[in-house]
Design a protein around this ligand. Structure first.
Ligand code: NI
Length: 165
């Protein structure tokens, strides 16, 4: 799977519901989990690999890999937390992002079974980050404008400093 990076329009589009959870979606979920393991990420959403479907996978340390198909966020805590985030689609960029500390999410797993789960801490953060991808939202959108501009300028300098540029 090729991971699309910032500047690709697909990352800015809203993903469509998965119509049938079948062998095809199971295979895709498996490949997405492999892609997460191959990279340095903790999650991956369909649009990041050009698949405009409402599916994402999450694998945080100490937990099992989890697949979310057609998810909906059913509750978020009023309490927020700040933590440094990165994204496989925005290589080299890291910034503190404020998000709800806990989340309740409903969806279907790769076997087509519905589930509801409550998550907090890092797992909640990764779920919210990946869910954003289904809406065409990136973590840099959740920074203040000056912070985002500073981060983008820094990334541009890094690109310009690479050999061969
Ligand atoms: Ni991401």
């Amino acid at each position: 799977m090729t991971i699309l990076t910032l500047g690709n329009d697909l990352l800015r589009q809203k993903a469509e519901p998965v119509k049938d959870i079948d062998d095809g979606s199971r295979a895709i979920a498996g490949e997405m989990i492999e892609a997460v393991h191959a990279g340095t990420g903790v999650g991956l959403a369909g649009p990041q690999v050009g698949l405009m479907k409402r599916i994402f996978v999450v694998h945080v340390g100490g937990d099992v890999p989890r697949v979310f198909i057609n998810p909906s966020i059913t509750a978020t805590s009023a309490e927020t937390a700040k933590y440094e985030e990165g994204c496989l689609s925005i290589p080299g960029a890291w910034a503190d992002v404020i998000r709800a500390q806990a989340v309740q999410i409903q969806g279907w797993n790769e076997k087509g079974r519905p589930f509801t789960m409550d998550a907090d801490g890092i797992l909640a953060r990764v779920i919210l980050h990946e869910y954003d991808h289904l809406e065409g939202v990136l973590f840099i959108d959740r920074l203040s404008v000056p912070k985002r501009n500073r981060l983008l300028a820094k990334m541009e300098r890094q690109v310009l400093a690479r050999p061969g540029k």
